[in-house]
Design a binder for this molecule. Structure first.
Ligand SMILES: CC(C)(COP(=O)(O)OP(=O)(O)OC[C@H]1O[C@@H](n2cnc3c(N)ncnc32)[C@H](O)[C@@H]1OP(=O)(O)O)[C@@H](O)C(=O)NCCC(=O)NCCS
Length: 183
């Protein structure tokens, strides 16, 4: 399934908010003001995965607009039912530490490498901004996300009791970027 990773544009906001609502239970999903707040924090950036019917040109690839998925072929052609925006990531550069605020992939596009491409692009941007490690919090019962992050080289640093509204624990997960190689 061909897709590209691009920067967030203002008209994307509503779609991203709806994706976040669908990705998380009501007590964890962001309200619109919360999502806007995190996206606008100093050092924060948002990247969007967008389905792209046309294969990336070499010019796109050289400019960082590379098709992040495998080569498109007849087996992997994007199903027409998929919406244009497949997912997004919000991350934040805090001096030498990066922070993943959220990563959301629509259900229909999961296990196709979209999350991997978003995370890789964010880690690259954080590394360029001077980060040497990346941290994030994942709900202790979010097994798919914990597996995903472990597969990407994150390790569990600690459990944060009651991180989500005092109700639900989180795992703080960390990855060293320097010398860790590509995921
Ligand atoms: C977590 C999430 C971003 C992963 O996105 P994705 O596009 O499906 O991830 P990828 O296809 O790049 O998966 C890469 C690898 O991560 C692991 N992984 C991803 N989802 C997994 C799952 N549900 N169960 C087990 N392993 C999983 C696998 O090793 C996978 O490789 P494989 O498919 O070749 O086995 C996605 O499931 C999601 O948006 N979940 C809801 C929102 C969320 O929980 N975000 C994290 C908040 S902390």
């Amino acid at each position: 399934m061909p897709f590209c990773i691009r920067r967030f544009q203002k008209p994307d906001f509503d779609t991203l908010w709806h994706i976040d609502q669908a990705c998380f239970p009501p007590q964890l999903a962001y309200s619109r003001p919360e999502l806007a707040f995190y996206m606008r924090r100093p050092g924060a950036f948002t990247l969007v995965a967008e389905a792209n019917a046309a294969p990336a040109t070499s010019a796109q690839a050289n400019s960082g607009q590379a098709n992040a998925a495998n080569e498109p072929d007849s087996q992997n052609a994007a199903p027409t039912a998929l919406p244009p925006i497949l997912g997004f990531i919000v991350a934040e550069a805090r001096r030498t530490t990066g922070h993943i605020i959220t990563i959301d992939v629509i259900h229909a596009a999961r296990r196709l490498g979209v999350g991997s491409a978003l995370l890789q692009a964010a880690e690259d941007q954080l590394l360029n901004a001077g980060a040497i490690s990346v941290a994030l919090e994942a709900a202790i019962n979010n097994e798919p996300a914990i597996r995903f992050y472990k597969q990407k080289g994150y390790f569990v640093e600690k459990t944060i009791r009651g991180y989500y509204s005092g109700q639900l624990d989180a795992l703080r997960m960390v990855k060293e970027l320097q010398g860790s190689g590509r995921i």
